[in-house]
Ligand binder design. Structure first.
Ligand SMILES: [Zn+2]
Length: 184
């Protein structure tokens, strides 16, 4: 089990939404956004110095809205199925996978991963979010990115955004999210 956590698959379609961007350029982009550019949040419409780009879309979120998005995603993931259909994957009724530990015990994978994740630093949680999709766990990937958004600062929060918003994201998704995040 431990070995599968060791190394993210580089440059998967889930990891980096911007073509030709490297880790360093993405971090630079995060810093530049924080220092130089004021953006308007697509959700609350306030100007933000710490705006996070919504993946490849020409839209941004302020940090408080990004945190709210992360929290709502964790609390009520099925609310967001219209935007991220993969969040519905858990409802297929299949039994939770189990893993066998080195001491011979068999536990639910969910239980074991929750235990392991509590020991990880935030940058490791981001790496985990980036690798879960390529490992075939897209729902867990989205929820892991949501967790990162609830606590991380840029540029780690930007990487979580890049997991959530990829080439499949549309401006209509952003409009839908705006309604979900700021109920009238
Ligand atoms: Zn906002």
């Amino acid at each position: 089990m431990a070995a599968t956590w060791a190394k993210p698959t580089p440059r998967s379609r889930f990891s980096w939404a911007v073509p030709n961007s490297s880790s360093s350029s993405l971090e630079r982009r995060g810093r530049d956004a924080a220092i130089h550019s004021r953006v308007t949040c697509a959700f609350c419409h306030r100007a933000a110095d710490d705006g996070l780009q919504l993946g490849p879309l020409a839209s941004h979120a302020c940090l408080p809205c990004a945190r709210r998005l992360g929290m709502r995603l964790l609390e009520r993931p099925t609310t967001f199925v219209p935007i991220w259909p993969l969040l519905a994957d858990d409802d297929d009724g299949s039994p939770e996978p189990k893993v066998r530990l080195s001491d011979g015990r068999t536990v639910e994978l969910r239980e074991r991963t929750a235990e392991m994740k509590r020991e990880l630093s935030m940058d490791k949680r981001v790496e985990l979010a980036e690798m879960l999709g390529p490992l075939g766990l897209p729902r867990e990937q989205l929820l892991e990115a949501a967790f990162v958004l609830t606590e991380a600062e840029p540029p780690l929060a930007q990487r979580a955004m890049d997991v959530l918003f990829d080439a499949r994201s549309t401006p209509a998704d952003v409009a839908h999210l705006e309604r979900l995040l700021l109920p009238s």
